[in-house]
Write a protein that binds this ligand. Structure first.
Ligand code: BGC
Length: 757
């Protein structure tokens, strides 16, 4: 009885305390609007606390991992300096969290560390939760046990916006389960130079496709933000994906025309879709580093596009204004240049907090600029519901890689793969004819197929190509020869492959890239792993040639993160499949395609060059691009944008376009598509157009719209497009978008038809 009375008293007391706290600190009251809560909170913050929100740090386990101590419990006792924040001990960083001088973390290693950091933040005066960010660019892939989906370039090959949106949604869900709230994705730069190691992080060479995929990702990530969504981050603002010498960081010169026609539209579309954050790019644009570029970060983003989210720097790039670009004499000036240009949060990079505070005190940075940044950051934290619930359940890891995510990853892998060659219809493989299968190559049996920005996953969560083939070809005899990695293919390997291929009925040679950061030292591709030569790395072609020299048929599977120059393979190998880096179920998907259980439907979102000297090669070039030809190389792509074979004979007919295009009206176009095959197919219909004669030069072809349509065996369908007439606009000499009078040609597959405006 007494016990009950006491409990009631305690409960009553707690309610009174809560009501008092909420009344005295209205920002904790969920019944107020987010604006009211943000304004109240900002009014209580000191300058140091405000700048704290703009400051992001690398988390402890990562720091300690580098200096050798990796357990959270040990961190408590670690006293040594660390190479990330020289002069600071972990204990000092903990103090900073408690003083409210850090607002965000990246490189957090696991759910327990996320909770650990949040508990420290809860000890701060205002108890503002931390925003935890991560590069979850194709699934929560850096997290052990999460689902790894195909990389963005692979996904773009599916031309399936719904799929991309679903993957973003599923990624967000796994992030939130483990205490992460912000993904540094999508990359919506247009990529045209395969030497750049990060090409696979993009959606390819076409601005319309990139914009549509970016929009789909943003919508998926940010859906139901309060409970299951995460903030998206458009990057790297802007134009870093076609660096002049193929190298990350290289300066970029882009004309006003190129900016408006190519680089800005995907960002604008994704901002309009609601993207909450943007990351500035490493390089300088037309001589002004993107991190100190007010034209980009303020004029375009905020003034032109009304962006009210926040801009984060890239890794250490604020301080590279001094150390690399040499536009600031010291770090204090670097901080003021970037914040005044419109930067709101510093990713990593020591000293930022101190220098911004100093700059405000000296009147070099206006307090209103800081308030603008803090308002956007806090708004996101409230929208994410972090003030209501920030700790995650330790059991949540069990919910990762669930059935729904696995199905989605498998479907995505299937839809992303692109069939490049099928000479003599060698595929699907006739399992009666080809009983003895030999498989080899440096990508055949490891996790390189997860791509960049993925961590090592439990073996049970990944189906390698070898495993996929063994599981799929149950009645065949599958033999395997292991090549250690891409860099160490030896004469002995080559001889063995030739011999073993001659003993088999067919060989499957799995070659390509290693973008996987877990195997950092042997990488051939990925971030900061650019190449001067985009043919197959090392002696991989010799391996393919050896298998071919056996006289037996060869299938080449390309586990690649970007276009690769493979003219010899195109000429000589009957079956070639681009498997890209398609994540957890790459092996099952390859096997299903080889067996004909799935009709390949991917199409290239980026052109494959014949050789490195041709770069950049892309389909939507201006008319005079190939007026003159090389004297030592053919012109044009080896495989162009939109290319991809299947096991059906898909035939297009009756392309119908209006005779006249009317101002402000939709242009109605339709075409008949027939699947003459015995397997169903998801066919992507690509609609292109050309402005036949115009006042400025325009591309020979531009993508206008695309649509996937499911066709059963022998089925035919009408596919309808309704195109806003402004889609035909060009940027005239005065830099104004205008649809000019004249003729327009529309193209679908080999058909074309003309309309007048
Ligand atoms: C990359 C960014 C990434 C950041 C954090 C940088 O090196 O350029 O794209 O988001 O690291 O991992």
């Amino acid at each position: 009885m007494n016990y009950n009375k006491n409990s009631i008293r305690i409960a009553f007391l707690l309610i009174v305390i809560t009501i008092k706290t909420v009344c005295s600190q209205p920002y904790l009251n969920p019944d107020l609007t987010i604006n009211q809560r943000v304004d109240d909170l900002i009014s209580r913050m000191t300058l140091e606390e405000k700048v704290g929100q703009m400051t992001q740090y690398v988390a402890f386990k990562h720091i300690q991992g580098v200096s050798g101590v990796a357990q959270l419990d040990d961190i408590e006792n670690v006293n040594s300096d660390n190479e990330f924040y020289p002069g600071l001990k972990i204990a000092d960083i903990k103090e900073k969290i408690k003083k409210g001088e850090i607002g965000s973390f990246l490189l957090v290693k696991g759910l327990d560390e996320a909770n650990y950091l949040q508990k420290l933040a809860a000890e701060s005066r205002l108890k503002i939760p931390l925003l935890i960010g991560e590069d979850a660019i194709h699934g929560h892939a850096l997290y052990s046990g999460a689902t790894v989906y195909p990389t963005p370039l692979a996904l773009a090959s599916s031309f399936n916006k719904e799929l991309v949106k679903n993957i973003a949604r599923a990624t967000a869900k796994e992030m939130r389960l483990t205490g992460y709230h912000w993904t540094f994705s999508p990359n919506v730069d247009v990529a045209k130079d395969a030497r750049w190691g990060r090409t696979g992080e993009t959606f390819g060479e076409d601005p319309l496709l990139v914009g549509e995929m970016g929009k789909a990702m943003v919508e998926g990530y940010q859906e139901n933000l309060k409970n299951e969504g995460v903030l998206s981050c458009l990057k790297h603002f802007i134009a870093g994906s076609q660096p002049s010498r193929g190298l990350n960081f290289t300066p970029m010169d882009a004309s006003q025309r190129a900016m408006k026609e190519i680089w800005l539209p995907p960002y604008e579309k994704s901002i309009k879709a609601g993207a909450k954050t943007v990351m500035a790019a490493h390089h300088d644009l037309n001589g002004v580093p993107c991190h100190a570029n007010d034209y980009l970060l303020t004029d375009i983003l905020r003034n032109e596009w009304d962006f009210d989210g926040f801009v984060v720097s890239d890794w250490k790039d604020v301080f590279r204004l001094q150390t690399l670009h040499k536009v600031a004499e010291n770090l204090e000036q670097a901080a003021s240049l970037s914040v005044n240009a419109g930067l709101d949060m510093n990713m990593h990079g020591p000293g930022f907090h101190e220098y911004v505070v100093k700059n405000v005190e000296k009147g070099i940075i206006d307090l209103s600029r800081v308030d603008q940044a803090v308002k956007a950051i806090l708004t996101s934290k409230f929208e994410l519901g972090l003030f209501e619930k920030v700790l995650v359940d330790e059991e949540n890891e069990k919910k990762l890689f669930d059935e729904e995510s696995r199905d989605l990853a498998y479907k995505a892998a299937l839809e992303s793969m692109v069939l490049l060659e099928n000479k003599g219809n060698i595929l699907p493989l006739d399992t009666k004819k080809y009983k003895n299968i030999f498989i080899t190559g440096p990508n055949a049996n490891n996790q390189t197929l997860l791509g960049d920005w993925a961590g090592k996953q439990p073996d049970d969560n990944v189906v390698t190509i070898l495993e996929g083939v063994r599981n799929g070809f149950k009645n065949s005899n599958v033999t395997y020869y292991e090549c250690e990695d891409h860099r160490s293919i030896s004469d002995e390997d080559i001889d063995k492959v030739k011999y073993k291929a001659s003993e088999a009925d067919v060989s499957i040679v799995v070659v390509g890239d290693n973008s996987f950061r877990t195997y950092w030292n042997s990488r051939t591709n990925g971030e900061n792993s650019d190449r001067a030569d985009v043919s197959l790395f090392g002696r991989q072609l010799d391996l393919v040639k050896a298998a071919h020299a056996s006289g037996k048929p060869v299938i080449v599977i390309l586990v690649i993160g970007k276009p690769t120059a493979i003219p010899w393979i195109k000429e000589n190998i009957p079956g070639v499949l681009v498997a890209w880096e398609t994540g957890a179920f790459s092996g099952t998907a390859v096997s299903d395609i080889l067996l004909g259980k799935y009709n390949p439907s991917g199409k290239l979102p980026i052109s494959f060059p014949r050789s490195s000297g041709q770069l950049p090669v892309f389909y939507n070039h201006r008319p005079s691009s190939y007026y003159r030809t090389y004297n030592d190389e053919e012109t044009g792509a080896l495989y162009g944008f939109g290319y991809g074979l299947n096991y059906s004979n898909v035939v297009f007919s009756n392309l119908s376009v209006p005779e006249n295009i009317e101002k402000n009206k939709l242009i109605k176009i339709n075409v008949e598509v027939k699947n003459n095959g015995y397997l169903p197919i998801d066919e992507t219909v690509l609609l292109f157009f050309r402005d036949n004669f115009s006042s400025v030069t325009t591309p020979v072809k531009s993508l206008l719209a695309f649509q996937r349509t499911y066709l059963n065996a022998n089925e035919s369908k009408q596919v309808f497009f309704e195109i806003p007439y402004e889609s035909l606009a060009l940027l005239n000499k005065d830099m104004v978008w205008e649809v000019e009078n004249g003729e327009f040609t529309f193209f679908i597959d080999k058909l074309n038809a003309v309309s007048r405006y």
